[in-house]
Design a protein. Structure first.
Ligand code: FAD
Ligand code: NAI
Length: 475
């Protein structure tokens, strides 16, 4: 017997579980299907983000930062730490406990909002009379009937051709988050977001880290003034970053991995490491969805084709998050999930793709929203720029972390803020003010005239706004 729902969501990552909750809040009968299993085989909703992405990476980033602070920086405060030790097993177990709290939190939220959760793989079975039949393959088989379907099946790590992930020597983000001991030498391919975050974790814990990047420019999508500052800091910390390389054969043995590559000058090189993390981007995941059964259209990258409102080629079938176009970010997936639920309910859900913030949780953190200087130049937009270094910020000095700056870009004639770029302490938190400002189409003068608490890092944002008009007060 088929169970009937207004909305069936396939995937309980940040896109799917949030869509399910919002649809339930709006009075619809909702089911959410997810196949992720925890170590005991039980359900582990939350997707990549909760299980092998945002949450566990931030847990390990925090632990490794604490360790590095104790090792290198506590002495500056007059705090001596004798016999400092590291137990990677405990660190990884703590990370697993944080993940579990999040999995359990989502199951609780499903209950609270009366979302029916099905643990198993969801697949299109048929479309009939304007309704969709969804088969669930889990511990038992179920058949669901849906008026609306929201596909939120996420993405998987892209493998390097000829170097399949074995999660022992050649690691995706999954294996990178559960290495049992600190590798003496760690290699990473790709100096994108995962490369830098995971490279930072294991470098802080003692690994000798080398990142091989194909592009000649470091963090090419980031404002280049900010990217250069970040690169300087990472190199100073001991991270080896080689740009413009061409990776050749990768060979894994029981003991380690060798990577043959051509460096930027055309020289043939070999890198030997204990473990290799491949972080060269992610691919949309529609495995097992049986999209063909209903004729759901995919693009040439394998992503589900959607319009700006997340509508697919099929009536009442929607898709959100990593499985569709746009940045692969948890908060982008969530925003799309909310907007789709609201559209199904006849409301006017909206996502402003121009002001989705990005954060790289390294130290220094890198965060930005809106246009970069290079994008504005390319578009021929006249702009004014203001920067303020954390070196001149009292709170940053008290923290003992004065790396980096806030950079604000504003339209030359209207003064509307067009982009804000931050490298430095707590950039992840500071960027929120800038996103709010841009959502309200604030000018740099608006920020400059707002009272910011002293001493706070946020004063640097205000000073960068003042600097747009060449009247910073503390620099
Ligand atoms: P996912 O989170 O991938 O969830 C998809 C879910 O669908 C999974 O649970 C999967 O099991 C399930 N599923 C797939 N197919 C089926 C099926 N047929 N039936 C049933 N279930 C199915 N983003 C940030 O914004 N901030 C960060 O700090 C951040 N850190 C990251 C760190 C790492 C190491 C990685 C890999 C990613 C990180 N991301 C981060 C990106 C973020 O994880 C993704 O953008 C986000 O998880 C996408 O959400 P989603 O709901 O689209 O898909
Ligand atoms: P990425 O797209 O950020 O970086 C991939 C890097 O690999 C690029 O610099 C690219 O030029 C390079 N590359 C690609 N092919 C290569 C090759 N053959 N040889 C050498 N270099 C190569 O992808 P990444 O780091 O895998 O992360 C995937 C996505 O996950 C991110 O784009 C982001 O959307 C999300 N994510 C977000 C985080 C956050 O918000 N803090 C943290 C981690 C991941």
């Amino acid at each position: 017997m088929s169970q009937e729902f207004d909305v069936v969501v396939i995937g309980a990552g940040p896109g799917g579980y949030i869509a399910a909750i919002r649809a339930a809040q709006l009075g619809m009968k909702v089911a959410c299907i997810d196949e992720w299993k925890n170590a005991d085989g039980g359900p582990a909703p939350g997707g990549t983000c909760t299980n092998v992405g945002c949450i566990p990476s931030k847990a390990l980033l925090q632990s490794s930062e604490n360790y590095e602070h104790a090792k290198l920086h506590f002495a500056d405060h007059g705090i001596g730490v004798k016999g400092l030790s590291l137990d990677v097993g405990t660190m990884v177990a703590r990370k697993d406990a944080v993940v579990k709290q999040n999995n359990d939190g989502i199951l609780y939220l499903f209950k609270k909002n009366k979302v029916s959760f099905f643990h198993g793989r969801g697949a299109f079975a048929a479309a009939k009379d304007g309704l969709y039949q969804i088969a669930v393959e889990g511990a038992k088989k179920e058949q669901l009937t849906a008026k609306h379907v929201v596909v939120a099946t996420g993405s998987n790590a892209r493998a390097l051709p000829g170097a399949d992930f074995d999660e022992d020597r050649i690691l995706s983000n999954d294996g990178a988050l559960r290495i049992g001991e600190v590798p003496r030498k760690l290699g990473l391919i790709g100096s994108g977001v995962i490369g830098l975050e995971m490279g930072s974790v294991w470098r802080r814990l003692g690994a000798e880290v080398t990142i091989l990047e194909g592009l000649p420019t470091f963090l090419g999508a980031v404002d280049q003034q900010i990217a250069k500052e970040a690169q300087k800091a990472f190199v100073k910390q001991g991270m080896k970053i080689e740009l413009g390389v061409k990776v050749g054969a990768v060979k894994a043995t029981k003991k380690g991995v060798t990577v043959a590559y051509t460096d930027a000058k055309g020289g043939e090189q070999n890198l030997s490491v204990d473990r290799l993390i491949v972080s060269i981007g992610r691919v949309p995941n529609t495995n097992g969805l049986n999209a063909e059964a209903v004729g759901l259209a995919l693009d040439e990258r394998g992503a589900i084709t959607v319009d700006a409102e997340c509508k697919t080629n099929l009536p009442n079938v929607w898709a959100v998050g990593d499985v569709v176009r746009g940045p692969m970010l948890a908060h982008k997936a969530e925003e799309e999930g909310v907007a789709v639920a609201e559209r199904i309910a006849g409301q006017h859900g909206h996502v402003d793709f121009n002001i989705i913030p990005w954060v790289i949780y390294t130290s220094p953190e890198i965060a930005w929203v809106g246009k970069t200087e290079q994008q504005l130049k390319e578009a021929g937009t006249a702009f004014r720029s203001g920067t303020f270094p954390f070196l001149a910020n009292g709170r940053a000095r008290a923290l003992g972390d004065t790396t980096g700056m806030v950079k604000m870009l504003a339209d030359a004639s209207t003064d509307e803020i067009l982009g804000v770029h931050i490298v430095g302490p707590m950039a992840s938190e500071l960027i929120a003010e800038c996103v709010v400002a841009m959502a309200f189409r604030a000018s740099s003068e608006d920020i400059a005239r707002i009272c910011h608490a002293h001493p706070s890092l946020s004063e640097s944002t205000k000073e960068a706004a003042l600097a747009v008009d060449k009247r910073a007060l503390n620099f």
